[in-house]
Ligand binder design. Structure first.
Ligand code: VG1
Ligand code: CO
Length: 539
């Protein structure tokens, strides 16, 4: 039976860099989730007759959220939902299903790399028929409607069993439970040379993949161990847990220190990788070696020919403004178009759809290509394995050769977390005001060559977006500031620092960047305004 339920708005359902993210307890408040979902439905002109892909990364409240969603979709007249078995789907696998089934879009229940559990975060990512998250014009509309919502529609029905593959009906809406892992692996098999990868593992090549107790474990077991022949046990922390076993499922040097320590120990495998909560981020490690995401994008781009799907050429490449310029040099050498966009994957989507780019990436451990419209953690791992298989070189050799060819860009991100929103906003607006006056200013050995907000003009839809403040120095060094758009409370200031050095490859990154980091802290008056003498997280 379809019910119309009266409700009142919460007023805070603004989507950020990766959808709507809130504390789980906030999301579980009465009608909170329902209000948001109905606002999305209303903002896109209703969902009558439409088909959507649905699933989540398995975090706490995923099960309940999916049941509510199914009943609301049926009550709002959807034609069909395609749902990952047991309600699980990774973000890249969801994007793949949207494109494969030509649906009107999809909903992924995840707060990505944010911790899960009752005391963690929950989130909703909404993608349209492109397979990618929607542009700001639409998220603005959703937000506006969520502030006025008066009612939502839902069916009264017992919970739907999502454990069996197959089709069932609810109020005339079809529900198809699918195995997204099989479809995802099939998609990847068309991009990469699986036979060559099998040979690599047959030759005794060892790897460790850390699922971080999140959504990709089962994908990785089926792909690396069961399909490509990696040794049993290569995939660790492979069972998705509602609280990720207490882990912060963000694959970087800080939050996956376990994997890093393992790779710097004598037991290290030839290769290791980790994915985040929803499977769209990746960290790449070799024996006693870490590849920065910015370098990874540059290296993948330079080696595109080792992947069958790209061997005939790539359209172009894009990076977010905060990502290091390492890939710029590769684009120049390959003579392919190169774009710099604001942080957030949605900006890449227009460039992919209009065939301007094939590859793209962000400093935050996200890399991807136009095979789908989200970043893709496992895809990045296969790309690295393909380069290793084709060249017979180690991760470290591949990276060092890259530096030799193009020079090394030292890069690091500093996060100042848990700031008062007002303090952070004021810091940014005051900094923006004084940017022009920085021109030509000298800080120790560094001289400012340009300081301005980063403004992106989308070549496809003509929209303009301002995201971050950039200070360039005459030697090519760069400091970028922006506020995080994925937090669930307070504010996080990110300061991104890079320094090009074409000759010396062996410095310790932190030491190399320390003078610039101090300059960056001084320019933005971070200590004075926040009381913090150093960043909370360096990646
Ligand atoms: C962060 C990253 C950004 C990424 C976004 C979503 O955003 O910096 O590069 O696109 O997360 O990724 P922010 O606004 O907090 O800097 V995911 O894997 O969380 O969907
Ligand atoms: Co993610």
């Amino acid at each position: 039976m379809i019910k119309t339920v009266l409700t009142t708005p919460y007023g805070d359902q603004k989507m950020g860099t990766g959808g709507l993210r809130k504390k789980t307890k906030v999301m579980m408040q009465k009608h909170y989730f329902e209000n948001f979902i109905q606002s999305v439905f209303d903002a896109i002109g209703g969902i009558k007759g439409k088909t959507y892909v649905v699933g989540g990364d398995g975090r706490y409240f995923n099960k309940e959220a999916i049941q509510i969603f199914i009943k609301m979709a049926a009550a709002n007249g959807a034609k069909k939902l395609i749902i990952g078995q047991n309600g699980f789907i990774s973000t890249p696998a969801g994007s793949n299903e949207i494109l494969k089934n030509h649906t009107d879009g999809g909903f992924t229940f995840s707060a990505s790399h944010n911790p899960g559990g009752i005391n963690g975060d929950f989130g909703v990512k909404y993608a349209n028929e492109t397979g990618g998250q929607v542009p700001t014009s639409i998220t603005d509309k959703i937000y506006a409607l969520s502030k006025e919502i008066k009612e939502f529609k839902i069916c009264e029905h017992e919970d739907i069993d999502l454990s069996q593959i197959g089709t069932q009906k609810l109020e005339g809406m079809e529900i198809e439970v699918i195995d997204p892992i099989a479809d995802y692996i099939e998609m990847l098999s068309k991009i990469f040379d699986f036979a060559a990868l099998k040979k690599l593992f047959q030759s005794g090549f060892t790897m460790r993949f850390d699922g971080m107790n999140a959504v990709t474990g089962p994908y990785a077991i089926r792909l690396f161990e069961e399909t490509l022949g990696a040794a049993k046990g290569s995939v660790i922390r492979a069972t998705p847990l509602p609280d990720f076993g207490g882990l912060h499922p963000d694959p970087n040097l800080v939050y996956d220190k376990d994997l890093v320590d393992f790779m710097y120990s004598n037991e290290a495998t030839d290769f290791a990788a980790a994915n985040d909560g929803d499977g769209d981020r990746n960290m790449i490690l070799g024996r006693k070696f870490f590849v920065t995401p910015s370098d990874s994008l540059a290296i993948l781009t330079d080696n595109y020919k080792y992947v069958p799907a790209y061997k005939n050429g790539i359209y172009g490449v894009a990076k977010s403004a905060a990502t290091s310029t390492a890939v710029a040099k590769v684009a120049k050498a390959l003579n392919i178009p190169y774009y710099v966009v604001p942080t957030g994957w949605k900006y890449f989507v227009n460039l992919m759809d209009s065939k301007r780019i094939t590859l793209c990436g962000e400093e935050s451990f996200g890399t991807g290509s136009s095979h789908i419209r989200e970043k893709d953690g496992i895809w990045a791992v296969l790309f690295w394995l393909s380069i290793i298989a084709a060249t017979g070189k180690s991760v470290e050799e591949i990276t060092r050769e890259h530096w030799k060819k193009y020079g090394r860009v030292y890069y690091m991100r500093f996060d100042f977390e848990g700031l008062e929103t007002q303090t952070a906003d004021k810091l940014m607006s005051d900094l923006e005001e004084k940017l022009a006056s920085l021109q030509g200013k000298k800080y120790q050995d560094y001289e400012v060559s340009n300081a301005a907000p980063f403004v992106y003009h989308d070549p496809v839809d003509g929209s303009s977006t301002k995201n971050g403040l950039v200070v360039d120095f005459t030697d090519g060094s760069k400091i970028t500031y922006r506020l995080s758009g994925t937090g669930s409370s307070g504010a996080t200031l990110r300061m991104y620092v890079e320094s090009p050095d074409s000759k010396d490859f062996n410095q310790e990154t932190f030491k190399k960047l320390q003078p610039l980091m101090n300059i960056g802290t001084e320019i933005a008056e971070i200590t004075k305004r926040t009381g913090k003498t150093k960043a909370d997280v360096n990646t």
